[in-house]
Design a protein around this ligand. Structure first.
Ligand code: FES
Length: 150
């Protein structure tokens, strides 16, 4: 009798164990939700509209590959990326996708656009379309203590 009932249960309607549900949730979470950049601290908007980022307050930028994100400053979302050691080892990116302007999200060592799937390297280079150009780089000036973004 039990085997008769079992034959009527389709794999899609069978009860899911708690362990199975947790495994599925972990898989979905790891696969679909990207890592996010740390929000920058020590950010100051100057009278001329430039954005000053104090390096000592952003430990993520000590290491090459570190990223901080500055959102909603002068209507923009910006990432400051450490690409090399030294004062010239920074890139500031406008995080609007160059396809249709959707904000890109960090996904490990890349940026991806949730709108149509474009992908950019962490320093902004285009990897996968439909965007045709890299993320826009913003002008920066750096000292050993501060990065100023124009
Ligand atoms: S808006 Fe980013 S891929 Fe289309």
């Amino acid at each position: 009798m039990n085997s008769q009932n079992d034959s009527n249960v389709s794999p899609l309607s069978a009860p899911i164990s708690r362990r199975g549900a947790l495994c599925a949730l972990a898989t979905l979470t790891l696969g679909l939700i990207p890592a996010t950049a740390v929000a920058a601290t020590g950010v100051r908007v100057l009278k001329n509209g430039r954005i000053e980022v104090t390096l000592a307050k952003n430990p993520a930028l000590k290491e090459v590959g570190g990223v901080v994100r500055i959102d909603n400053v002068n209507g923009r979302s910006i990432a400051l990326v450490r690409t090399a050691k030294g004062k010239k080892g920074f890139v500031a990116l406008d995080l609007r996708c160059t396809h249709e302007g959707t904000l890109v999200q960090q996904d490990g060592t890349s940026w991806f656009c949730p709108n149509h799937g474009a992908k950019f390297a962490i320093a902004g280079d285009l990897e996968i379309g439909p965007a045709r150009t890299p993320l826009r780089k913003l002008r920066i000036q750096a000292t050993s203590k501060v990065v100023t973004i124009s």
